[in-house]
Design a binder for this molecule. Structure first.
Ligand SMILES: [Zn+2]
Length: 847
């Protein structure tokens, strides 16, 4: 049994196999049978027997295994018995007597099933332009599903080389992590394709794909070659990903100062894919919407999404693939860092997008979850690999990224980069733990990085900084007092950036205890730049002065000020009208990230008000948004910024929905009917039109979805049903999630349908009795997505019912996220109860 060290504590981990026999090189041969949904294979592994043993154990599950043979020094041993352990997912081969120490070759043959679960070695299908259905076989091994495709030591710390050979039908294309060395006809309708040996890496990064794919010509870039691979017929959708990937490879080689570690880069679009994308070395697999796109019709948000995902996965080639976490609790660092790098790289790719300002709305989601007592620390102890599945959430990706950004800004971008370079160089082709990164950053900066970051990584929550005069005091920020256990910490080491508006000066100060004195002259903000992962409240006269000087803040600082105010409304310390007053001062700023916060306030007010109150709200919305829309209009202004274009979409959306603006609704409908649905306005046009509940619009969306010319368009019309004002459209879409809709999309569509203001509760009531069926059908990483829409409920009785059900029927994966969703729901319910009696009058007064 292998020991693991977690937070300086040594524990025995039954999920890790004793390192008594260590793999060095795998030679894997596989022959998939796409028609029968099965595969046969054999694996030859060069191993080193380190201790005298008579049994060899490795990971395997859902495989039929033959006997194992071990060859060493001209002799061969054959295993006498095989024991499978389904709980630990291992196979143990018992030999007669001890095996010789030293180098040997282990061979095992096996067969398996190409499953429909989107994990291990699985099947996926697509229909081409002519309506012909194609079957493909592909892999998804992270975190621990390589063992479903071949027996192996399936542990991220047990690195080896991999050489793959595939026997595939002559007419199909095939790809693996490395370059193809040869392709030889076998004479039986199959060909044997031999791929080069990989670098030393972890099993979860192995990948291979077989099917009707085409590839772009090789583009030489940064000392390697790049291709985009796609299901046949999609050649017109690859240019954007190619451009982004080319930029990213050059950018990362320079940033990390280490060449790309593989022998080629293929980005491949897979029709059925559970995650967004997967960083298999050299063969990165993507959900189609995250790779294939038509820039002529896509929105900036959709283009950004593809660039972000491409950048994210390419960052992993270094951070994750070259240097890998020691065990699964380290996955947070992998993902937080890749999210951080995707933003840095995107900011370099399209500086005019202002990526870090755009990051603000995502960061708000992390803020919301992390103020619940059901939050968690970013890093926590993981014993079984299953436990790390709960780590793939907003706290890992977004809070993780946000605190790394805060650290980077505190240390200085160049110092931070130097620390990263040193860390990667030191641990290349090996494994590392979180503290290794902090040590490298400490060496580069001389700052107590570990001590600072432990307060952000090893405890949940974040502080509220109360500024009164020259005193700053920190208290944990929370939406409700703790009634039982809480994961929210007590104090943090807070990097403050003090910016004096009057002097134009900026200084850094670390708030270490509960309070500190800061130098203030005139108006000083403590979250200068807006990078801090904390909330701030200022004494009322300070806030008043600040709100008259919005123009002296930068875009992210303005978004932060609005968000801090909104969070204060949610906890009952401020009123809706305080947020709307700030919004009035925003009329001249084309800043979607700040307006997004206002939109959240409007949406929640609209949910909790009765019809009379909603009419009043609509008038308030028109007061706030109409002046902005009057400036922006429907048509793009020459050479306008990305922010302007996005703000137009946001403003049109709010005016058309909660604002009930008849002209906006009429024009949106006209465009929908004329099929003028593309670019940034596309989603708003579709959702405003559907929101009217006109009979027949649901069918139009179905038709357009079936004939969609890009994955984004297909998704747009698939998810349109969630905004429908026609009850039947919403409920029919829900039913379809259990047959027609791809299992990669259905869980998220269910979540979106629950967010429908009028029918969402009914969707949930239909979902609850079918939860078991859903668990059977959908990939486990999407489970919590199904319930996500419940966070928007504001009805107390429904909320009690929802909580009762989900506490009694926990999800096998993602239940912690469900508890957070329930807590978010309770926040909204509390806001509704507190504001319902008075909000109508408050809004009338505001006008
Ligand atoms: Zn990732």
């Amino acid at each position: 049994m292998q020991f693991v060290t977690v937070h300086d504590e040594q524990i025995k981990n039954p999920y890790r196999i004793d390192p008594v026999v260590v793999p060095r090189a795998y030679r894997l041969r596989l022959r998939p049978d796409l028609e029968r949904s099965s595969f046969a294979g054999s694996v030859e592994i060069d191993v080193e027997v380190v201790e005298p043993v008579s049994t060899i154990s490795l990971n395997a599950i859902e495989l039929e295994l033959g006997a194992a043979t071990l060859r060493a020094g001209g002799r061969t041993w054959t295993s006498a018995a095989t024991t499978m352990n389904e709980e630990l997912e291992t196979a143990s081969f018992a030999f007669d007597g001890d095996l010789p120490l030293g180098l040997a070759t282990l061979t095992i043959s096996f067969t398996g099933v190409l499953n429909d679960q989107l994990r291990g070695f699985y099947r996926s299908t697509f229909e081409d332009g002519e309506g012909v259905t194609h079957v493909i076989a592909t892999t998804q091994f992270a975190s621990t599903d390589a063992r479903r495709a071949f027996p192996c030591w399936d542990d991220p710390a047990v690195k080896a080389t991999f050489q793959v050979t595939l026997d595939v039908p002559e007419q199909l294309a095939t790809f693996a992590n490395t370059r193809e060395l040869s392709s030889t006809s076998l004479g039986d309708g199959h060909r044997e394709v031999v791929f080069a040996e990989s670098m030393v890496m972890s099993t979860y990064l192995v990948a291979f794909v077989v099917g009707a794919f085409e590839a772009s010509p090789e583009t030489p870039v940064a000392g390697t070659t790049l291709r985009v691979i796609y299901p046949i017929g999609n050649a017109h959708l690859i240019d954007w990903a190619l451009e982004a990937a080319q930029h990213a490879l050059e950018f990362f080689c320079a940033y990390f100062d280490i060449p790309y570690p593989g022998d080629k880069v293929d980005l491949i679009a897979i029709p059925d894919f559970a995650a967004g994308a997967m960083e298999n070395l050299g063969l990165i697999t993507f959900r189609q919407t995250d790779l294939l796109i038509d820039p002529a019709t896509a929105s900036i948000q959709e283009l950004e999404r593809v660039a972000l995902v491409v950048n994210h996965e390419l960052a992993h080639m270094w951070f994750g693939d070259l240097v890998t976490m020691q065990w699964w609790e380290g996955i947070w660092l992998n993902e937080a860092f890749a999210t951080f790098m995707e933003a840095i790289c995107t900011d370099h790719f399209r500086p005019e997008w202002q990526k870090w300002v755009r990051f603000h709305p995502s960061r708000e989601m992390a803020f919301a979850v992390d103020a619940q007592h059901s939050t968690r620390s970013i890093e926590y102890r993981v014993v079984s690999p299953d436990e790390c599945r709960g780590m793939f959430d907003v706290l890992t990706y977004i809070k993780g990224c946000a605190v790394l950004r805060m650290l980077e800004q505190f240390l200085g971008a160049e110092t931070f980069r130097d620390g990263i370079r040193a860390y990667l160089r030191q641990h290349s082709y090996a494994n590392a733990v979180t503290n290794d990164l902090w040590s490298a950053l400490e060496a580069a900066s001389g700052e107590p990085v570990g001590a600072i970051m432990d307060t952000w990584i090893l405890q949940g929550g974040y502080p509220l900084l109360r500024v009164e005069g020259d005193t700053v005091r920190q208290v944990p920020f929370m939406y409700a007092p703790a009634s039982g256990e809480s994961a929210i910490g007590a104090t943090w080491k807070v990097p403050m950036r003090l910016r004096s508006l009057d002097e134009g000066s900026e200084t850094s100060q670390l708030l270490e205890g509960e309070s500190a004195t800061i130098p203030t002259t005139g108006v000083t903000i403590v979250n200068g730049g807006g990078w801090g992962f904390f909330r701030t409240t200022y004494a009322s006269e300070q806030l008043l002065r600040l709100s008259t000087r919005l123009g002296e803040l930068d875009a992210l600082e303005r978004a932060v000020l609005l968000a801090d105010t909104w969070s204060s409304v949610l906890v009952g310390r401020s009123r809706f009208s305080d947020l709307f007053t700030l919004a009035r001062g925003m009329a001249h700023f084309n800043e979607p990230s700040a307006w997004d916060v206002v939109g959240r306030g409007v949406a929640l007010a609209d949910r909790l008000l009765d019809e009379e109150g909603r009419v009043t709200l609509a008038a308030v919305v028109r007061t706030l948004y109409a002046p902005v829309f009057a400036r922006l209009g429907w048509e793009p202004i020459d050479a306008e910024s990305a922010q302007t274009s996005e703000l137009r979409a946001l403003v049109v959306g709010v005016l058309g929905h909660q604002g009930r603006d008849v002209d906006v609704i009429a024009e949106a409908t006209r465009r929908f009917d004329a099929g003028q649905v593309s670019g940034d306005l596309a989603d708003a046009i579709v959702s405003i039109t559907l929101g009217r509940g006109r009979p027949g619009d649901g069918a139009v969306c179905d038709e357009r979805r079936r004939n969609a010319s890009s994955p984004q368009e297909e998704q747009r019309y698939l998810f349109a049903s969630a905004t429908s004002g026609e009850r039947d459209v919403v409920l029919t879409a829900f039913e379809r999630c259990f047959d027609e809709v791809r299992t990669q999309d259905a869980p998220y569509l269910i979540g979106a349908l629950m967010r429908n203001r009028d029918v969402g509760g009914e969707v949930w009531r239909r979902y609850a009795p079918r939860q078991d069926e859903a668990l059977e059908r959908f990939p486990s990483m999407a489970y919590a997505g199904m319930v996500s829409g419940a966070a928007s409920f504001v009805d107390a009785q429904l909320a009690t019912e929802v909580r009762g059900f989900h506490e009694a029927n926990p999800l096998p994966v993602g239940q912690q996220q469900v508890l957070q969703i329930l807590d978010l729901m309770d926040v909204n319910v509390a806001v509704a109860q507190r504001n319902r009696p008075t909000l109508g009058d408050e809004l009338r007064d505001f006008r």
